[in-house]
Design a protein around this ligand. Structure first.
Ligand SMILES: [Zn+2]
Length: 353
């Protein structure tokens, strides 16, 4: 789809030829804007690329196999389903966004990309960068999950830079790196969000009466991406039934939850959760998510570390599936919410433990 980019901080508008995901005026994050979106939420396409009519135009899209993950009915309640996002090639939902970001980097002629990550995104970016013949540098916390870093080394030629700090520190360094070396900045930015919003289109096609979708919140790209896609559907097709999006944070890393409850600005919080995929002290797309939440009757809840650990074990015992802690945060949240009588989908985001 044809699109423009708008800065979420200063409102400056860019044509799609602009080759960055940050505003050159104020350094704010950009958002993809379309004039119109098609009714792609009605049927599930033969492949992820059937969603090209809700994705930003690119001449570099390659038909890599991504997305179209299964919906599994739970044995907790007949109305609860799991969206198995770990079925993506690198084991997490990140691949949906990485295929878009790398295609755009290729459109603009970049031979190098850089990103910051808690682990899954670095693996995903490194994997698709290699497929595109692009060199990747990934900034990760020195405490990053060793198995995730091992996967990067095993499947790509990416350079790993370990940072003495958390994800937010790594993100600042990756942004400086991109600016200094004139490399394409990838990660939790606007093009990723467009790819990730396909999850909601798939869910609506797979389970037409979905009332609630529960997702973990790290950098809030998936959460705000889902809200953005609902807003796009609402604006274009006002009569469409829309599900409620419920975000989940760890009780020991909940900056967006606090801002939402107190109706305040988001304040950085040092992440203390063991669920590394959602260990983000300041969610990049948090302010935008808060803005959308009011309009779309969305909410945020928290779960404890013990609840996630117990749920991770139950998931293995009940389904024979090993998934990471952040992935079962929505399942732990479900048990606290009274949703038994309405169709609910918990997004199981990744399996890289
Ligand atoms: Zn700006």
């Amino acid at each position: 789809m044809e699109y423009k980019l708008r800065c979420l901080t200063c409102n400056k508008v860019y044509e799609s030829t602009y080759d960055s995901q940050l505003c050159d005026k104020c350094h704010g994050v950009l958002e993809v804007e379309y004039n119109f979106i098609s009714e792609s939420f009605i049927n599930i396409p033969d492949s992820f690329w059937g969603y090209s009519n809700i994705l930003p135009d690119s001449k570099s899209y390659k038909k890599y196999s991504v997305g179209l993950t299964k919906l599994l009915r739970s044995n907790l309640n007949e109305n609860l389903f799991f969206k198995l996002e770990f079925q993506n090639p690198t084991g997490s939902f990140k691949d949906r966004g990485s295929v878009i970001e790398l295609a755009k980097a290729n459109d603009y002629g970049y031979k190098r990309v850089v990103c910051a990550s808690t682990g899954n995104m670095a693996y995903s970016i490194a994997y698709y960068a290699k497929l595109y013949g692009i060199k990747a540098t990934v900034y990760v916390s020195k405490d990053a999950n060793k198995d995730k870093l091992y996967n990067i080394g095993k499947t790509s030629n990416a350079t790993i830079v370990k940072v003495n700090g958390d994800f937010t520190a790594a993100q600042k360094l990756a942004e400086k790196h991109a600016f200094r070396k004139r490399e394409f900045l990838t990660g939790d930015y606007c093009y990723r969000k467009e790819g990730q919003k396909t999850i909601i289109y798939e869910i609506l096609a797979q389970l037409r009466n979905t009332r609630n979708i529960i997702v973990p919140i790290g950098n809030a790209t998936l959460f705000s991406g889902m809200l953005k896609s609902l807003k796009e559907i609402k604006d274009n097709y006002p009569k469409t039934h829309l599900p409620k999006i419920i975000g989940v944070q760890s009780a020991v890393c909940k900056p967006l939850y606090e801002a939402y409850k107190k109706e305040s600005i988001i304040r950085y919080e040092k992440p203390k959760t063991k669920a590394d995929a959602i260990a983000v002290g300041y969610p990049t797309f948090g302010p935008q998510a808060l803005k959308y939440m009011k309009d779309l009757d969305s909410t945020i809840v928290t779960v404890t570390e013990t609840e996630m650990k117990n749920e991770q074990k139950r998931f293995y015992d009940n389904y024979g599936l090993i998934v990471e802690l952040a992935s079962v945060a929505p399942v732990a949240a479900y048990k606290k919410l009274k949703l038994q009588n309405s169709e609910t989908v918990a997004v199981i985001t990744g399996k890289n433990v």
